[in-house]
Write a protein that binds this ligand. Structure first.
Ligand SMILES: *[C@@H]1O[C@H](CO)[C@@H](O)[C@H](O)[C@H]1NC(C)=O
Ligand SMILES: *[C@@H]1O[C@H](CO)[C@@H](O)[C@H](O)[C@H]1NC(C)=O
Ligand SMILES: *[C@@H]1O[C@H](CO)[C@@H](O)[C@H](O)[C@H]1NC(C)=O
Ligand SMILES: *[C@@H]1O[C@H](CO)[C@@H](O)[C@H](O)[C@H]1NC(C)=O
Ligand SMILES: *[C@@H]1O[C@H](CO)[C@@H](O)[C@H](O)[C@H]1NC(C)=O
Length: 410
């Protein structure tokens, strides 16, 4: 009796406390659980909203674009048809790469060498021995630095920046400005620097730490020089072919090109509203150009290297946009087009002809503007690509980027 009373007396409050504690713990746990779940739901909701918003935006842009496209297609129809005819008739005349030797080829007459379409002979005068370049024709690229997972996931565009080993500050300026935009309007952009070998060990170790830190460098196993630019540009396509074949677009740009990345992404989304796009090589197109024959010019080409007076239509190298299939076709065409060291002419001219790809000329607002004016904010508003062609324009780079950012934050 005494024991029972003692127990009841001392235990009851304890049971109360215990019960209280259990209930309290239960409640706290539930609260945490609901708060957490609420948090997740909220995040999901936000993501959905973001998705809806970008979808709505894409739809809006696409419908605006459809009318623009109609107009544009009409304007560009003439030269596109012309180029297509050129490509088709040319391909009909293209002999299969023969086992002939150089000495079996007949010499071209001056009329042929100087004709408007003399570039055709560059391919028809090719013999098998001309197609033995280990990089450009045989694609035996090896990557001494290769961030091969850089392109994982859903990718709208991969931007290949041709860079030189000794330009770390230019790379940094890109990373800090337009290269910092990886997601926009629900799409992902990957920016990578294509470089080759340097004989300077100190520089090489700097590049290696850069690659480790930023995961954005691909380095090929050939010596970096402007005479090896074609190696580098084709290397970019080799890399995309091997490690990024799910991208919708491929861009090649020079390291003095500043891109309005926001504008670019929105434009590419307009161009592929349903996710599909083919046969698109978009650039500022040179037509009816030929090699420079002044021997004091950096781009001098002797007759022995290119005896024909004209190049096929080709892209100005500061930036060109390819749908993925175009980059693949050009890459494949390089197996049957002998190397030419001026990379824009080679890839977007000679290889494009071989692959029957026609150019879509950039509308004027998309072609480049120079970063040298006092009216920077004005040119920023309308441009896709801004160029710092001279060192004196570099200081404007960061300012232009700030303008671009504030423009898109509105
Ligand atoms: C080239 O080869 C293809 C396939 O092997 C053949 O169909 C075509 O007729 C050939 N063209 C010429 C000009 O010999
Ligand atoms: C060219 O030579 C290769 C190797 O000698 C041979 O396999 C091929 O059939 C030849 N092609 C033609 C078109 O004669
Ligand atoms: C191009 O690269 C190759 C392979 O690394 C090298 O042997 C050659 O010297 C380079 N050419 C120039 C002009 O630098
Ligand atoms: C892309 O590459 C992977 C791996 O090399 C391959 O399995 C796949 O078939 C390729 N896809 C396309 C569309 O080429
Ligand atoms: C910049 O402004 C000057 C003076 O207002 C004008 O003459 C010039 O055309 C402008 N340049 C550009 C690229 O808008």
């Amino acid at each position: 009796m005494t024991l029972r009373r003692t127990l009841t007396m001392s235990c009851r409050p304890k049971v109360g406390v215990l019960l209280c504690a259990v209930v309290l713990i239960f409640l706290v746990q539930k609260t945490i659980y609901f708060t957490w779940e609420g948090h997740i739901r909220h995040e999901e909701h936000l993501r959905q909203l973001e998705k809806d918003k970008s979808l709505a935006k894409i739809k809006r842009i696409s419908s605006n674009f459809a009318s623009f496209q109609r107009k544009y297609t009409f304007q560009s129809k003439h030269f596109t048809d012309q180029a297509k005819d050129d490509a088709v008739s040319f391909t009909r005349n293209l002999p299969n790469i023969s086992n002939k030797t150089k000495s079996d080829l007949k010499e071209r007459t001056p009329e042929e060498l100087n004709s408007r379409d003399s570039y055709r002979y560059y391919i028809s005068d090719t013999v098998r021995d001309d197609l033995q370049d280990v990089y450009v024709n045989l694609h035996k690229y090896e990557y001494t630095l290769n961030n091969k997972y850089a392109c994982n996931g859903n990718v709208l565009a991969v931007i290949l920046v041709n860079s030189a080993p000794d330009k770390p500050s230019e790379r940094m300026q890109i990373r800090n400005t337009w290269g910092s935009v990886r997601f926009h309007s629900g799409a992902t952009v990957v920016t990578l620097f294509a470089i080759a070998q340097t004989e300077d060990d100190k520089l090489q170790s700097h590049i290696e730490s850069e690659s480790k830190q930023y995961v954005d460098i691909i380095q090929g196993n050939f010596l970096d020089s402007y005479r090896n630019l074609t190696y580098k540009t084709v290397m970019g396509l080799d890399w995309v072919h091997k490690f990024c074949n799910h991208t919708k677009f491929v861009l090649k740009v020079d390291d003095d090109t500043l891109i309005d990345t926001y504008h670019l992404v929105d434009y590419l989304l307009q161009r592929s509203p349903d996710g599909d796009i083919e046969d698109f090589l978009y650039c500022s197109t040179f037509r009816n150009q030929g090699p420079i024959r002044r021997s004091d010019d950096k781009w001098f080409v002797p007759m022995t290297e290119y005896p024909y007076s004209k190049y096929p239509p080709y892209c100005e190298g500061f930036a060109y946009i390819m749908s993925y299939d175009v980059s693949k076709k050009l890459y494949e065409a390089t197996e049957t087009v002998k190397i030419y060291w001026i990379d824009d002419v080679y890839l977007t001219g000679l290889a494009a002809i071989q692959a029957r790809i026609t150019h879509t000329n950039m509308e004027s607002g998309h072609s480049y503007k120079l970063l040298d004016t006092d009216n920077l904010s004005k040119i920023v508003q309308s441009s896709l690509f801004l160029l710092a062609k001279y060192d004196s324009m570099r200081p404007n780079w960061d300012r232009a980027w700030d303008d671009i950012k504030s423009l898109h934050k509105k």
